[in-house]
Design a protein around this ligand. Structure first.
Ligand code: BDP
Length: 863
């Protein structure tokens, strides 16, 4: 079969499972399509990544395929259409030519996912049946399905709560089945996705007995439209093609795309909905936190309602971000307030918000509430009228409480009047409100339906930060942790940076929080604080700033899909480990072949630490150029101090880093005593956070035995060497990965390597302006070579090539390579044929975060 035939087959195969209402089209295509093509073409060569991890390619292993086929003979979803979800939009419809389809109930979504998933994985349709046929996959709840009631004891379902599910293989009297059950339709859908994931990752079915309950109630995305969007359809920016702005949802597209604006539903909305549901995400705030009040206008609300209708079967609820001063916006005339009327205690203010919230609820009955960025980065807020964040948040909370809605009030504030150290400001503003005794004898002023939404670190989504001290210190207020999925500071759509390890690190970091008696809490990791088990918070939430756009693969970089996936999995269960999640994702997205899985997981697992190393090693924070937060500019000094890299690096002839110890800014005191002591002392602070807390002398000895300057330079180099290794590792995957995605990632890795090198060079050169020191040349990949009997060494491992003089008549051959580190491996890839000529030596080794590689290019010249 030619490649194009194969593509066609695959395209048809995909489409045949997109048929609505559970009808399975019996198709002869399957007999023609091989269950498994040759290794290099297991996926169609032009596959663009548009299915995210919901790929249901035929199982390649013939034995496993046979076992799956033998075990999975029918799909049974009783009363699938009975409990229809609310629909506001009378004639909700897909854009012409769509491949996805709308469903009316959550159980229909589950059933159709199984039809599509099992059909794809098994390479043949699996029929939807009634009754209880042998080898059935049964999905439902005790309410929806008498069969589920019969098969699953009520006591097994009781502990699962509203969202938890169980998946079991059963065998009774020779009658085999698999049951996927939960207490709600949504739980059954979650179980369905978990089951399909098992098959995609090729786990055995025998003895299947899974159950899972999410640890956090509200697992949300925040969507910022085109701000920090790296997945728009215009390669050079955030969009603009065909009248679309690059965002995933079209509200105001023009030109060719005007007819596709909401309420029209596009395929990508449903792919996104299915993907979100597959990992248990259950809400999305659809617009930028720097909010445009357009989203509160009647016309926009109608559009939002249509979007909510389409997402509702998947359990995804909507919220919007608001501007605190929206009531003054002329677009709402005559229903407007004056600036003076924005008093959070006034009936006028509260009633205004109640009216808006009611309009939203009339169209979107399950509307969640508002996300608020107030008195931050120029956004208006209660402080404009002399009130504090507690007054503002509670005013809004009171307005929406009767409607059952919540306020997600962000703590990303850094008013320069509060303290000279930006990192101290948020706690100084929020902490006292949380500690405040109330007239009724309770402590803490924030209302029960307020969540404080707090970034993982005290600064701003850097690739490594200490945990935000607010976690654990806000005992009396519900906490939502906010993680950035879109890669603003972590390589955008160019760098491969898997963020699972970053989030795992923060969620599992110990706050050393103490209770009222001063003793350490038993459960006190950041994850425990967020899920409420540390301090008994009644409600729990986690928020990811999403990276969806309208690009074919929805996330820009193919590997950025992994970050969305990992966010969802960790939102469900923050105790999972990032490596396991990466492995699942690779199996679902790229390949189940051992070599591919091993290689890609390895690439992902070190990628974040590598990025930290070549961008901001040893805790030097925020060295990004201000224009786009992608490249370095350590010398930049902006009008606002706390936006300037120089404010964070504090480079001088003595050393580098921001002293936040008790003798510096004193920020360390915001942590609980164990951490305050640990971070406050340069002897005990973890080295990867060194410059977050200390101004480090250039000559200070570090744990490696090297002085700070040398270690710093080697960290920059090592980070880049990891990227070099990733490029070579990826090249070896060519036979295992479909052609288009292989080429696209390959191109990104080349740019990644160059840009990582620019980070290293820019930063190292800038630090040299202060310390006047040479680049050390004895790092992990340092070598000496012997040419013509002469030993030559002292190469800067960051340099792209080296000139080596060869005496007249001497041989240009490299006769020996001596690595500084005996564990390093050296290989002469090519020798010079004469002089002038070029030779290449490859040196490989291991850093603490993974393999590293450097190709030394030697230009041999007469000399
Ligand atoms: C910063 C982003 C900016 C956001 C801000 C926020 O650069 O675009 O508006 O965070 O979270 O990192 O409000």
């Amino acid at each position: 079969m030619s490649l194009s035939d194969e593509n066609e087959q695959s395209r048809l195969r995909r489409r045949s499972f997109l048929i609505g209402s559970g009808a399975v089209v019996a198709t002869s295509m399957f007999s023609a399509a091989p269950a498994h093509a040759s290794p290099s073409s297991a996926f169609p060569g032009d596959y663009d990544g548009s299915d995210l991890w919901l790929r249901y390619e035929p199982v390649a292993d013939p034995g496993l395929l046979a076992r799956y086929r033998a075990a999975l003979g029918a799909i049974v979803v009783e009363n699938a259409g009975r409990t229809k979800v609310h629909r506001h939009t009378a004639n909700l419809g897909m854009a012409p030519g769509s491949a996805e389809h709308l469903v009316e109930s959550t159980l229909e979504a589950a059933r159709d996912e199984l039809v599509r998933g099992l059909g794809g994985l098994l390479g043949r349709p699996v029929p939807v049946r009634g009754g209880f046929p042998d080898r059935a996959v049964v999905v439902g709840t005790p309410d929806s399905s008498p069969l589920v009631r019969r098969l699953v004891p009520a006591r097994d379902l009781a502990p699962l709560g509203p969202d938890g599910y169980l998946v079991r293989s059963l065998s009774r009297g020779g009658h085999r089945s698999i049951v996927i059950a939960g207490n709600t339709d949504l739980a059954a859908l979650y179980g369905t996705f978990a089951f399909l994931r098992r098959l995609q990752a090729q786990h055995p079915l025998a003895g299947l007995d899974l159950s899972s309950v999410p640890r956090i109630n509200h697992r949300y995305l925040n969507y910022w439209e085109t701000e920090r969007l790296y997945a728009g359809n215009n390669a050079t920016g955030t969009g603009g093609l065909d009248g679309e702005n690059g965002a995933i949802f079209d509200f105001t597209a023009t030109g060719a795309s005007a007819a596709l604006n909401l309420p029209v539903i596009l395929d990508r909305y449903l792919v996104a909905a299915r993907a979100m549901a597959s990992v248990g995400i259950n809400g999305i705030t659809i617009n930028n936190v720097n909010a445009n009040s357009f989203y509160l206008t009647p016309a926009a609300i109608e559009q939002e309602a249509a979007l909510a209708d389409a997402l509702r079967p998947y359990g995804i609820r909507l919220a919007v971000s608001i501007n605190y001063a929206a009531p003054t916006d002329a677009r709402f005339a005559p229903d407007t307030l004056t600036r003076e009327e924005l008093d959070p205690y006034s009936a006028k203010f509260r009633d205004w918000w109640t009216r808006r919230a009611r309009m939203l609820q009339a169209a979107i009955p399950d509307f969640m509430g508002f996300t608020v960025k107030a008195n931050s980065e120029g956004q208006p807020g209660p402080q404009d009228l002399g009130y504090d964040h507690g007054d503002g948040a509670n005013g809004m909370a009171a307005a929406v409480a009767p409607l059952g809605m919540r306020i997600f009030w962000r703590t990303f504030v850094y008013n320069a009047d509060v303290d000279a150290d930006r990192l101290k400001r948020a706690y100084l503003e929020f902490g006292p409100i949380d500690d405040e005794p109330q007239p009724d004898g309770t402590i803490g002023r924030f209302a029960g339906n307020v969540f404080l939404q707090t970034k993982n670190g005290p600064l701003d989504y850097q690739a490594r930060e200490p945990a935000n001290p607010l976690f654990g210190r806000m005992e009396h207020t519900n906490q939502a942790i906010e993680l950035q999925v879109t890669q603003e500071y972590t390589g955008q759509n160019t760098m491969l940076c898997y963020l699972g390890p970053l989030w795992e690190e923060v969620l599992k970091s110990d706050t050393y929080a103490t209770g009222a008696d001063g003793r350490l809490l038993a459960k006190r990791l950041v994850g425990h604080v967020v899920d409420g088990t540390a301090q008994g918070h009644p409600d729990s939430a986690i928020v990811g700033v999403a990276n969806f756009g309208n690009a074919g693969n929805l996330t820009g970089h193919h590997f950025a899909q992994a970050n969305l996936y990992a966010f969802g999995r960790l939102a469900w269960d923050w105790t999972l480990d990032a490596r396991g999640i990466a492995e699942d994702w690779v199996r679902l997205t790229w390949s189940n072949r051992d070599f591919a899985v091993r290689t890609i997981v390895a690439m992902m697992m070190g990628s974040r630490e590598a990025l930290v190393s070549y961008q901001t090693p040893l805790g030097v924070a925020h060295q990004f150029r201000s224009s786009d937060h992608y490249g370095p500019n350590p010398a930049e000094r902006l009008a606002r101090d706390d936006w300037s890299p120089v404010y964070y690096n504090k480079a001088d002839s003595a050393g580098l880093g921001y002293d936040r110890s008790p003798t510096g800014s004193g920020f360390t005191a915001q942590y609980f005593p164990v951490l305050a002591a640990r971070y406050g002392d340069i002897e005990t602070v973890p080295e990867n956070l060194l410059m977050w807390f200390h101004h480090v002398p250039w000559d200070r000895k570090l744990r490696s035995g090297r002085i700070f300057w040398d270690e710093l330079v080697y960290r920059y180099q090592t980070g880049v060497h990891y990227v070099s290794w990733m490029r070579r590792a990826w090249d070896a995957l060519e036979p295992h990965v479909d052609a288009r995605r292989f080429a696209e990632v390959k191109a990104k890795l080349a740019a990644h390597e160059a840009d990582a090198g620019a980070w290293r060079d820019t930063c190292v050169r800038y630090w040299q302006e202060f310390n006047g020191r040479a680049v050390p040349t004895n790092g992990p990949l340092a070598i000496a070579i012997v040419v013509g009997g002469r030993t030559i060494g002292g190469f800067d491992a960051g340099a792209p090539s080296f000139t080596v003089p060869v005496a007249a008549g001497a041989s240009p051959k490299i006769t020996k390579v001596v690595p500084a580190d005996p564990a390093a491996r050296c290989e002469v890839l090519s020798q010079a044929r004469g002089v002038p000529g070029q030779a290449v030596v490859r040196v490989t080794s291991h850093s603490f975060f993974g393999p590293i590689l450097k190709d030394y290019v030697f230009e041999l010249v007469p000399g």
